[in-house]
Design a protein around this ligand. Structure first.
Ligand code: C5P
Length: 236
């Protein structure tokens, strides 16, 4: 597979074309941002850790019937993936109340909700990724009614698989964000990444934060936390 021209740079990854028009190379950077890009920094080896962890988790999800964009890990920082038309929605699942939900509703972090929460943010940096509901998502043409239903169903399945996998290693999956895209035939595939950048992960015993909140909140011990998650999940 030949790497061709640079296509797009996001906050944590770069995308390159390949000699196959249906496939792209995803390159994982060490760059870290928070607060919609207001806070910037780098986390040593984050790209290597996040590539390894996403490759592992996407293969695990695929083995349990979840369709994903992941084809293969190419090297430390790169994956070969199906080229997608990204659905402009951040799909967030919350098993424990934290982060923006705790703040918005004046709730204490760590509160158990009476049910699992699924929410959408509209992916738009200028607007600051506003929280929207399913009707908004369909009304603005971000996804069709059928796609919204499928996204929510597949996301609930992903939550179950991931929560179980993390729980086995003594980690609570507090919340996470995923994204979907359409392949050339219009199939919805899981895209983007599943990493400590996009999940809140707490040690089940001590409730120690093992995710990007350590960067967002200047808590230190960031690389160690990312490495610990990788090690507990993949044994690497
Ligand atoms: O900030 P908030 O509480 O809404 O985040 C919920 C979850 O979604 C967290 O796990 C966070 O890491 C993730 N997230 C993300 N990218 C964003 C916003 C949130 O990965 N742009």
């Amino acid at each position: 597979m030949e790497k061709k021209e640079f296509l797009y740079e996001g906050k944590a990854k770069k995308i390159y074309a390949t000699d196959d028009p249906d496939k792209v190379i995803v390159y994982y950077k060490d760059d870290a941002t928070a607060g919609n890009g207001e806070k910037k920094g780098t986390i040593a080896d984050k790209g290597i850790i996040n590539n390894e962890l996403t490759s592992y988790l996407f293969e695990m999800l695929a083995s349990q019937g979840v369709k994903t964009h992941f084809i293969e890990k190419l090297n430390d920082r790169e994956q070969l993936c199906w080229k997608l038309d990204i659905v402009p929605l951040e799909v967030i699942t919350r098993n424990i109340i934290a982060g923006s939900m705790a703040k918005r509703l004046g709730l204490e972090e760590g509160t158990m909700p009476k049910k699992m929460i699924q929410e959408f943010s509209y992916k738009d940096d200028e607007l600051g990724d506003p929280l929207i509901n399913s009707d908004h998502a369909v009304a603005i043409g971000a996804a069709t009614e059928e796609e919204v239903a499928e996204i929510l169903e597949v996301t609930a399945k992903i939550n179950q698989i991931l929560s179980d996998a993390f729980k086995k290693e003594g980690i609570l999956l507090v919340d996470f964000k995923i994204e979907f895209g359409r392949d050339k035939d219009g199939n919805l595939l899981l895209a983007d990444e599943i990493t400590p950048d996009t999940c809140r992960l707490w040690d089940a015993e001590t409730k120690k934060k093992l995710d990007k909140d350590r960067f967002r909140r200047d808590m230190g011990g960031i690389e160690e936390a990312y490495k610990e998650i990788l090690h507990r999940i993949t044994k690497k």
